[in-house]
Write a protein that binds this ligand. Structure first.
Ligand code: GLC
Length: 534
């Protein structure tokens, strides 16, 4: 058994997980599309050398065969590797290479829908009496004609697609090329369990579970009411002017999650990270109300969706802490393959302090490849037309910038999406520069490991420090670390009387601050972050 599997079972607590979007990470064979061999070639960037980021795990967005209507999230074979990425043998080699350096490997599980080209759907569609018909959700037109309900799909339009040959509609929560599986059918649950076992047996350490909120729909297909929810989070799951009361986030989804968790539980040390896309108040339910029988982790997108504004950020942190009691870990991300990059949303000047926010909070940090060098979204005018992704997500999926050459060291061929600015931002230039963003990411991740209070400690917020300043203390077994972040553009003099210490020693800082610091009279530079051991 590899070293990765010998570590304690709950290895993910406080872990840093690196998200790779495989098409855009590194291309080893020159076809312009990233591949598994390219990922392995860059493992040194992730873990195992002094110059590595030091992340604990890598999560691969889907690498399965797919006709690419949703770039891999429409899967036509759950138990194989798409030829453009490599072979199953390449994946086995990747898992082994990851484990050799103590890196865990998570895959993406997409349980809610398949591709229209998946043999299950091809079979289901072939006739109303097909044995696979009930693996998907079919319905007759409404009595008045037209779709069976008013539900809108996440990417717009009706959730129902007419299938002329069999005279019924099928349901798709996302694109029409992604028919939803019928999770009320036990055969579907069993088939997905077998998919999970297939990968677990190959050594995969867990799954990021895609779009779980869409797994179960109302069995009576009742119409959704208009959207009147205050503070509904924008993004997936909200749209079409309706509250997806009957079509998404159904209570029965928790039975589905418990099923997935039971299967994961057949294998030691495996983790499930859910994409629930709910406000943090509702996340607790996806984490099993403390019963620990659903997801171990579920994305909290409140930071990602927050404007760079002190009040908003404070609220995002407080809500998260209040709703993730001790033992339940918040899972933060600043961006992903669906959302604008942090440096685009918040501005490149805030990239350093954003890194501090991600990595100094109590939580699991999911770091999207490219954030560590401050990559920005592509200018829409430079992206191919028509776009690859109809929902407009090409801009945050451009290739990783490894060096300053025009193709950024990503490929020797023609990249499938243009690179944004490899000459300005790239790994090679930042690797040896102690003042680079990449070095700051590396120091922050190292500090989480070296100072247990920062990696694993409890969180206590400190209020009223100064305008625009966020502050909290992380504490573990008597060790205390004070974290301060000036979110604003002015120098701030801090009031730290309530902290109960006179001085603190710099563990890590966004700037050049080092040594022991007097807390009385401490002034923070604009957009400065600092962690001080008390
Ligand atoms: C998730 C994925 C997104 C995909 C959708 C449908 O939200 O992150 O990329 O389009 O699910 O699978």
């Amino acid at each position: 058994m590899s070293s990765a599997n010998e570590a304690p079972d709950r290895w993910w607590e406080g872990a840093v997980i690196y998200q790779v979007y495989p098409r855009s990470f590194a291309d080893a064979n020159g076809d312009g599309i990233g591949d598994l061999a390219g990922i392995e070639r860059h493992f040194d960037h992730l873990r195992g050398t002094d110059a590595s980021l030091g992340v604990d795990a890598v999560w691969l967005s889907p690498i399965y065969p797919s006709p690419l209507h949703d770039f891999g999230y429409d899967i036509s074979d759950y138990t194989d590797v798409a030829p453009e990425f490599g072979t199953l043998a390449d994946l086995d080699a990747l898992i082994a290479a990851a484990h050799d350096r103590g890196l865990r490997l998570l895959m993406d599980l997409v349980p809610c829908h398949t591709s229209i080209e998946h043999p299950w759907f091809v079979e289901a569609r072939s006739s109303r009496s097909s044995p696979k018909r009930d693996w998907y959700i079919w319905a007759d037109p409404s009595p008045a004609g037209g779709p069976p309900s008013n539900w809108t799909a996440v990417f717009g339009g009706s959730t129902w697609e007419w299938d002329e040959p069999t005279g019924q509609y099928y349901l798709h929560s996302f694109y029409p090329e992604q028919p939803d599986l019928n999770w009320r059918n036990p055969a579907v649950a069993e088939a997905m369990a077998d998919v999970m076992r297939f990968w677990f047996r190959r050594g995969v350490d867990g799954f990021r579970v895609d779009a779980i909120f869409a797994a179960i729909k109302d069995d009576q297909l009742r119409d959704n009411p208009p959207d009147r929810r205050p503070g509904a989070i924008p993004g997936l799951g909200v749209g079409g002017g309706q509250d997806p009361l009957w079509s998404l986030h159904r209570p029965e989804v928790h039975d589905v999650i418990r099923h997935l968790r039971r299967v994961a539980g057949e294998f030691p040390g495996r983790v499930l990270v859910g994409e629930a896309y709910v406000p943090v108040e509702e996340l607790a339910r996806y984490l099993g109300h403390g019963a620990d029988d659903e997801f171990q982790l579920a994305f909290n997108f409140e930071l990602l969706l927050s404007p760079w504004e002190h009040q908003h950020l404070t609220l995002a942190i407080e809500r998260s802490e209040a709703l993730h009691p001790a033992g339940v870990w918040p899972t933060y991300a600043l961006s992903n393959h669906d959302q604008s990059r942090a440096a685009t949303r918040w501005g490149p000047e805030r990239a350093r302090v954003a890194a501090f926010l991600l990595l100094a909070l109590r939580g699991v940090a999911v770091l999207y490849a490219g954030e560590e060098i401050g990559m920005v979204d592509a200018d829409p005018a430079l992206l191919p037309q028509p776009p690859f992704d109809r929902a407009g997500r090409d801009g945050c999926r451009t290739p990783m910038q490894w060096d300053a050459t025009p193709t950024g060291g990503f490929t020797s061929g023609r990249p499938w999406l243009p690179l944004v600015d490899p000459a300005t931002r790239n790994v090679a230039a930042q690797r040896g520069d102690p003042d680079s963003l990449l070095s700051l990411y590396r120091r922050l991740i190292a500090a989480r490991a070296e100072v247990p209070a920062l990696g694993q400690g409890r969180h206590r917020s400190i209020f009223g420090i100064a305008p625009d300043v966020l502050g909290w203390v992380r504490e573990l077994e008597g060790e205390r670390v004070l974290v301060l972040i000036n979110t604003g553009a002015e120098v701030q003099a801090c009031s730290l009387g309530s902290v109960g210490a006179d001085t603190g020693e710099v563990v890590v800082a966004t700037g050049r601050r080092v040594g022991r610091v007097d807390l009385a009279g401490l002034r923070l530079e604009p957009l400065e972050g600092v962690a001080l051991r008390l």
